[in-house]
Design a protein around this ligand. Structure first.
Ligand code: FAD
Ligand code: SF4
Ligand code: SF4
Length: 494
């Protein structure tokens, strides 16, 4: 057995897997980081100082046993590393790709605090499980014992899928309903392929199907089947529907053609990458090719939009954000990637109005418009400065009078965040309590809602959040559902 000494961070510098050159990666939707070579993964893992109290682990929402799988990787014991890693995480290779590690595990790695650069935890986690897939160590499972009780899960995003995995391992009959034609939620149709290639998600869906989870796709609960009918079919129900209502802009001419929602734009792009027919892409509405694109927002969704527009061949891509770089919610790593790919950030700027008739381009664009609304031609940009901190300590943007200007645009993408739909009303459910933000009220630990036997997880409870938190919720809810159905605290899994 190979052995690799640990604590090499003093002599071995931090290295990420190779990043593809911007010119090369801007042409396609493949992931931008290449895989570690085996020796490099071992070397980078050996930098870990094997902390007695590992802050990386306590700041990982899944409390992954990071020092253990780093040591096993450093020693070349990859199958064992995989077993340890998958024991706490349903989708380790997905989290390794898309968790904001700088805010979670890696951001709390002690060797970074001592100036040596954090251990590349996410890249190693991805490497371990990708290797497990390549070697056939990831296989469909068979529960030790089948159980009669059934659970209906509404929503096949990470929250619903993580719960399905844990419940099925305990022998329950699990059916997942989703309104889309493919499972995976935002991992499939929100997050672009350059962060998370789609076959990585599809092979997970297939694994669950091969392990006995039933998928009912193209089924919009509330339209194709009622919530009550689902409750009638199953002994417990889990709501994991995410949040999809786009925050909007109350501005002049916000209804012009060419002003689109980020979720529609990204979903269309992901569908095109699957090879699907997407009429709104083919007719140009959701296609940035040749256009001057303005994206409004400073979060990770905005980053995904600007980088998608670059890959679609936009003439120019500008991102408007009303605060400055240091105060944006999106990850700095993604901003850097976007800048390398040719995106221009227009800091301290907010849209004031839209115009559709200002230039010759508008007339030309109007000819293409099928719905009879004027096409967007420009965005009135208002300049801001940062004022006094508010109660949260964040400086509020203030308008600079008289500094407005018009920015020509053929496509404007609104990426201002998401809110929950009004599920009790949409589904006609009495007694399903929501918070004042419209998210579903659920017990913090059991995830049970105000209706006994109905549980809820992920973004529909937390508000727009992260994949890793949805996974954690789903795994915890699975245990609570098992207890609800059987009275046993935890049934032996596979
Ligand atoms: P979702 O993933 O939203 O899944 C919900 C599912 O429920 C969907 O498949 C939907 O079709 C289905 N559904 C909804 N209503 C119904 C209904 N009535 N009937 C049937 N089915 C229904 N997080 C990260 O950690 N890293 C990232 O890099 C990252 N990037 C992101 C980029 C974008 C563009 C967006 C929008 C989000 C990103 N997130 C990221 C956030 C992350 O994707 C979400 O926090 C996570 O997917 C939430 O999981 P969920 O299971 O709660 O919901
Ligand atoms: Fe880090 Fe996310 Fe993996 Fe946890 S799940 S170790 S936070 S990358
Ligand atoms: Fe290793 Fe860093 Fe975690 Fe310590 S905090 S165990 S050095 S990865």
């Amino acid at each position: 057995m190979a052995t690799q000494k640990m604590l090499t961070f003093v002599s071995t510098p931090r290295e990420m897997p190779e990043k593809r050159a911007a010119a090369d990666r801007s042409e396609d939707f493949h992931e931008i980081y290449r895989e570690f070579a085996a020796a490099k993964a071992a070397e980078q893992s050996s930098r870990c100082s094997q902390c007695g109290v590992p802050y990386c682990q306590s700041h990982c929402p899944l409390h992954n046993n990071i020092p253990d799988w780093l040591r096993l990787t450093a020693e070349g014991r990859l199958e064992e590393a995989y077993r340890v890693s998958q024991a706490t995480n349903t989708f380790p290779e997905i989290c390794g790709r898309i968790c904001p590690q700088d805010r979670l595990c890696e951001g709390n790695c002690v060797i970074e605090q001592s100036g040596h650069g954090t251990v590349t935890i996410g890249a190693v986690e991805k490497y371990i499980t990708d290797t497990a897939w390549d070697n056939g160590w990831v296989q469909p499972f068979k529960p030790a014992q089948e159980r009669a009780e059934s659970v209906g899960i509404i929503g096949a995003g990470p929250g619903g899928l993580a719960a399905a995995d844990m419940l099925r391992k305990q022998g329950f009959q699990v059916t997942i309903y989703d309104r889309y034609d493919r499972a995976g939620g935002l991992m499939t149709y929100g997050i672009p392929g350059f962060k998370l290639e789609k076959d990585v998600v599809m092979r997970r869906n297939q694994l669950l199907a091969d392990s006995g989870v039933e998928f009912v796709l193209n089924c919009n609960v509330g339209e194709d089947i009622s919530f009550d009918a689902i409750r009638g079919k199953h002994d417990a129900v889990l709501i994991a529907t995410g949040v999809y209502k786009t925050r909007d802009l109350d501005l002049d001419n916000a209804d012009h053609g060419g002003i689109v929602r980020a979720i529609d734009y990204l979903t269309a792009s992901n569908k095109v990458e699957f090879g699907d027919d997407v009429p709104d892409f083919d007719d140009g509405e959701l296609n940035a090719k040749g256009k001057r694109v303005v994206v409004i927002g400073g979060g990770d969704t905005a980053m995904d939009c600007v980088r998608t527009a670059i890959r679609q061949g936009a003439q120019s891509v500008k991102c408007l954000y009303r605060r400055d770089r240091a105060n944006m919610p999106g990850s700095q790593r993604e901003v850097q990637n976007a800048e390398e790919e040719g995106v221009e950030f227009v800091w301290l700027s907010a849209p004031g109005a839209f115009a559709g008739h200002v230039t010759g381009i508008a007339a030309e664009a109007q000819e293409r418009d099928v719905d009879g609304l004027p096409q967007i031609a420009s965005v009135r940009i208002q300049k801001m400065r940062l004022g006094q901190p508010d109660v949260t300590g964040r400086q509020s943007p203030e308008l600079i009078e008289g500094a407005d200007y018009d920015e020509p645009a053929d496509l404007v993408i609104k990426a201002l965040g998401f809110e929950p739909e009004d599920l009790p009303k949409l589904w006609g459910v009495d007694g399903l309590e929501v918070t004042r933000w419209g998210t579903i009220k659920a017990n913090f630990q059991t995830h049970q809602t105000s209706i006994p036997g109905v549980f809820a997880v992920g973004d529909i409870v937390r508000g727009a959040s992260l994949v890793v938190w949805a996974i954690r919720d789903g795994r915890e809810a699975a245990d609570a559902i098992a207890t609800f159905l059987t009275g046993d605290a935890r049934i032996a899994a596979e």
